[in-house]
Design a protein around this ligand. Sequence first.
Ligand code: SF4
Ligand code: SF4
Length: 309
Amino acid sequence: MSEERKPEEGGSEISRRAFLAAAAAAAVTATAAALAPMKDIADLPSLEEFLRKHYTELTPADKAAIIARISAQVEKKYGVKPNLTDPPPLGGVEFGYALNIGRCVGCRKCVFACVDENNQSRNPEIQYIRVLEMKKGSIDVETSNTEYEGEVPKKDSYYMPIQCHQCRKAPCVKACPVKATWQEPDGVVVIDYNWCIGCRYCIAACPYGARRFNWQEPNIPQDELNPEMGLLSNRPRPKGVVEKCHFCLHRTRNGKYPACVEVCPTGSRKFGNLLDPQSEISNILQTKRVYVLKEEVGTLPRFYYYFDI
Ligand code: SF4
Ligand code: SF4
C-alpha cells in the first residue's frame, strides 16, 4: 500500500495562518504602495489620527480628545498655548456676505487681515482673498490683474475682491472623494484638515479659484500665531492639505464679524444672517443692485456683489 500522506493534525490551521500572514503582508505592501505617492506631500498620520472617525460621527469625547491632541501639537511647535474650540453652527442662522464694488479701493487690507487672523502660511505665501484690478467698463475677470502695484485706487480701474463664495450647490463638496469638505447648516463650507487626502479634486472643481493647497509645510512666525483657533477654521494646517475661507467661523459663530469686514477702511464689506429680514445683509439684498459672479455655473453663492446706486 502506498504511503498516503495525510495532513498533519492542525495542518489546515497552519495553512490558514500562513495564508493570513501572506495576505496581511500583501495588504501592508499594497497600503505602502498606495501611500507612496503621498510621501512627499503629507506626513503620515499617527495611529490615533489614522483610526479616528469622520468628523460628523465624532462624539463630544472624541472631539475633546482631538482638540487636546492638536492643542498639544500646536504648543510644542509654536510655544503658544492655543485656545482651540469647535464652535457649532448657530440655530436660525445662514451666513451671507455682500461686497460693495463701488467702494472698494483695492488697498488689500482685507487680504492681510485674513492672513493674520487665519494663520495662513507666510512662506510659502497662502492668501484666501484675491483682489482683482479691473479696467473701468470691463467685466471680464479673466483679463484682470491680481498683482497690481503702486497707489490705489487707480483712476481707470475698479477693484473686485474674490474669496470662497460658500456656494449652496458647491462643486468642491461634490468632488471630494472622502467627504473631507462639506456644508454646515449655517452655510459655511468647511474642511477637516485631518481627513483631507490632498487629492486636490476640490481645487479643480471650484469655479472661483478659492481653494489653496499646502505644497510645503506652512510657515508662520511664532510671535504672529493667532492663538484663538477653531478646529474647522484657522488652526494650523499640515502640509499636503487644502484650505480656504470659512467666513472666520471661530469669530462669526461667536457673534463677531469676519476679520476682513472689521478691517476694511471703506465699509465695502458687509456680513450677516440671511434668515433675519432685519439684518444689514438682508436689507442690501432687498434694496441694492446685486449680482453673483459666474451665475451661469449654477453654484448659488452666498457671496454677493453690489453697487450703491
Ligand atoms: S479692505 Fe476693503 S477697500 Fe481694501 S481691498 Fe479689501 S474690500 Fe477693498
Ligand atoms: S467658492 Fe469654491 S471652494 Fe467655495 S464653496 Fe464654492 S466651489 Fe467650494
